[in-house]
Design a protein around this ligand. Structure first.
Ligand SMILES: [Zn+2]
Length: 139
């Protein structure tokens, strides 16, 4: 019990700061730009994230980014959300937003930080500018 008590009272730097690492987005994503322009023609942009921990793929479309852009709620735990924000704060001046998920294969928390670009009145396309990956609970 002494050990648990110790852990409860001290923050270990490796738990606090190494919980997320930043990876160049193009190392895991096969597409970084999500444009809605051709949605009605069925040529909406799509992209796959490939987890390097478990090789699982997660599929995205422009709609996923549109939804995340309009709703700033995280899908991560409060602790994971805060750790991700510490590791890579959002640039509010660029209107950055995030798309968060847990890898369906290994449950690792992942955050895609993306930047909106207004290409017509009220119409945006999105560019993934940063990728944060947490530790898999199994590793
Ligand atoms: Zn995974």
């Amino acid at each position: 019990m002494e050990h648990l008590d110790f852990l409860g009272h001290f923050h270990h730097p490796w738990l606090m700061d190494s919980s997320f690492s930043e990876t160049p987005p193009d190392e895991r994503l096969d597409n970084l730009i999500f444009h809605p322009k051709n949605q009605s023609e069925g040529s909406i942009n799509v992209g796959d994230y490939t987890c390097d921990a478990c090789a699982r793929k997660v599929h995205f479309t422009t709609n996923d980014f549109l939804k995340a852009f309009g709703n700033s709620k995280t899908r991560l735990s409060t602790q994971e959300h805060e750790a991700a924000c510490r590791r890579r704060p959002l640039r509010k001046d660029k209107g950055e937003a995030f798309l968060d998920f847990h890898c369906p294969g290994c449950r690792r928390p992942v955050r895609l930080v993306f930047e909106p670009t207004e290409f017509a009145m009220g119409c945006y396309y999105f560019t993934v500018v940063a990728l944060l990956e947490g530790q898999s609970p199994r590793s």
